[in-house]
Ligand binder design. Structure first.
Ligand code: CTP
Length: 209
């Protein structure tokens, strides 16, 4: 991966409702951080845009911390044109509270259904797919509770990815993972259960093949 610029996202995003409450996705950031460490060890220039996680920055990786999906989108889109490989491993929140209240929302005088109205966030991966140059490699993730491969294939096509890493939700937060890699050219690789650090190298070996 020498001389390649690799842009990786990791972790969840947080969508704040007021200064003390947010909605988010379950994500430790481990897979994205493992991919960033692997890409760096393979000689790439790596930028990691991460939501709130408690993980150390892999050595030599340029890290940018973000909170919301909108911030992640801004930082990713600023850097996407210069990237040879983009990996969207982040668990981006699909929805955000419609309004942010600067003051803590008090329960008194409110009905539960009045507290949370949601608006939809932009899909960063789909936007990257629309803007993708032929020389760029775009890798998405799909986390599913059922119909894993069908749904992952649908995302691969709809978001114009070159590869999608399909995962069951049971890998979230674990040190080990397993995955099925699906490519737009019809390749299908089933990876065994392994530490995420090792999986990261294997994922890149197939993608660069
Ligand atoms: N993704 C993104 N922006 C979003 C939502 C998701 O870039 N607003 C990216 C994720 O980083 C991941 C891929 O899209 O690479 C798939 O995310 P996933 O949450 O599995 O699927 P969604 O497209 O959000 O669809 P659904 O929630 O309906 O399964």
């Amino acid at each position: 991966m020498k001389n390649l610029n690799v842009l990786i996202t990791a972790g969840p995003t947080r969508e704040y409702l007021d200064p003390v409450r947010y909605i988010s996705n379950d994500s430790s950031g481990k897979m994205g951080f493992s991919l960033a460490a692997a890409a760096k060890k393979l000689g790439a220039e790596v930028t990691l845009v991460t939501g709130p996680v408690s993980l150390p920055t892999p050595k030599g990786v340029k890290r940018l911390d973000v909170t919301s999906a909108a911030e992640m989108k801004r930082e990713v889109m600023k850097r996407s044109a210069g990237a040879d490989i983009i990996v969207m491993a982040a668990a981006v929140a699909d929805f955000r509270p419609q309004k942010f209240s600067r003051q803590k929302i008090k329960k008194q005088g409110r009905r539960a259904r009045q507290v949370l109205n949601l608006a939809q966030n932009a899909d960063i991966l789909a936007e990257l797919g629309r803007k993708k140059r032929p020389d760029q490699t775009l890798i998405g993730f799909a986390v599913e509770t059922e119909d894993l491969e069908d749904r992952a294939l649908k995302k691969l096509k709809e978001k114009k990815c070159d590869w999608i890493v399909a995962n069951r939700h049971t890998v979230i937060g674990k040190d080990r993972g397993h995955a099925i890699l699906l490519s737009k050219k019809g390749r299908r690789v089933v990876l065994p259960e392994l530490p995420k650090d090792e999986l990261a190298f294997i994922i890149f070996s197939h993608i660069l093949d």
